[in-house]
Design a binder for this molecule. Structure first.
Ligand SMILES: O=C(O)C1CCN(c2ccc(-c3cc(CO)ccc3Cl)cn2)CC1
Length: 322
């Protein structure tokens, strides 16, 4: 489907937490974290929630495009860490920016959230909608058990987004592969809601925290990301060499290196910023994409591949002509 990425933006909380700071209250070390994940630091909210970060991204996108909010047809937010069950983050953004003509909803696909959301937005633009926001926004610090060093060191907070417009030129989504592996969903869970209704046979207790089988999710990623990337390339009738830049979900530097190797591609084509942000789930691809568009590594006339993978379990790849 045709679309143009008119603008991109990202917002991260001011507060930086380094590995060394984590080591002051957790049995871990910069050496362990950096050697196993590539992460050196992450941004953690002080008093912002997910809707605040998402609204800040929306404000930036509109300002950069010199657009008023009432010119938007839709706002879709990929998030696994909303402020509430309802209203959704997208609906809170819609209200706060005054996008009176936009419908809005959240999409929950964990670390595939940006890719799933961008894909769904491209379908909206292929029908009768002209312009919309795709945002990835997460405050994962509310889901982290800060006494579980196996997960607490991995995640960060942040938000990112793109302003999409229907395109007249041959730019946009060339092909995609979105896959879900619900039979492996128990390997990464967070935010179980309680049920204490009067009639409930078994009471479901609340459990806000991440629980991850790291080995299973790591192996899933190294196996399934090549599957969705290969499928999308095949549908686009392209080879791995035809892609100028691979913008992958920033979960772990070693996983990205193994995927580059699997496709016989130089690591130069697989930029990594997990170092600075940790794993920001649905926000990660948008943060990296915005940095790459700002520094000129990503630009018009290129073919790029986006790939997300994680909770669900889910994986997804998009091949985009810029
Ligand atoms: O011992 C080691 O080397 C450990 C082994 C386990 N590791 C993992 C495992 C899984 C993830 C991960 C998480 C999400 C969640 O959104 C999505 C996608 C991925 Cl691939 C990140 N790191 C860290 C280093």
């Amino acid at each position: 489907e045709r679309f143009t990425i008119v603008e991109s933006a990202h917002v991260v909380p001011e507060r930086i937490v380094t590995n060394d700071e984590l080591a002051t209250f957790m049995d871990t070390s910069d050496e362990w974290i950096h050697s196993r994940t590539g992460i050196h630091q992450r941004h953690i909210v002080s008093n912002e929630n997910t809707s605040d970060l998402a609204t800040a991204v929306a404000d930036k996108l509109l300002a950069q495009a010199d657009l008023s909010a009432d010119q938007l047809d839709f706002i879709v937010v990929g998030t696994m860490s909303p402020d509430h069950l309802t209203p959704s983050v997208a609906q809170q953004v819609q209200g706060r920016i005054g996008a009176t003509n936009a419908f809005a909803f959240d999409l929950s696909a964990a670390c595939s959230g940006f890719v799933y959301t961008l894909s769904m937005a491209s379908k909206l633009l292929a029908t009768n909608y002209q312009r919309g926001l795709v945002i990835g926004a997460e405050v994962l610090s509310k889901l982290v058990d800060w006494e579980d060093r196996s997960t607490a060191v991995l995640f960060g907070d942040g938000a990112s987004g793109v302003l999409l417009q229907q395109a007249s030129t041959e730019t946009g989504l060339l092909a995609e592969s979105l896959k879900t592996y619900g039979n492996q969903s128990e390997f990464l869970t967070a935010g179980r809601q309680q049920n204490t209704n009067h009639f409930a046979g078994n009471i479901v207790t609340a459990d806000p925290y991440f629980h991850m089988n790291g080995r299973e999710v790591y192996n899933f990623a190294t196996r399934q990301v090549p599957v969705v990337l290969s499928q999308a390339l095949e549908k686009a009738q392209l080879t791995a060499d035809d892609i100028d830049v691979y913008v992958l979900h920033q979960a772990n530097a070693r996983i990205i290196a193994s995927i580059a190797k699997r496709f016989g591609q130089s690591i130069e084509k697989f930029p990594i910023n997990v170092t600075d942000y940790g794993n920001t789930s649905a926000a990660s691809i948008g943060i990296l994409l915005d940095e790459l568009r700002t520094n000129g590594v990503v630009h018009q006339n290129q073919k790029i591949a986006l790939a997300g993978f994680g909770g669900g379990l889910t994986a997804g790849a998009l091949i985009i002509q810029l």
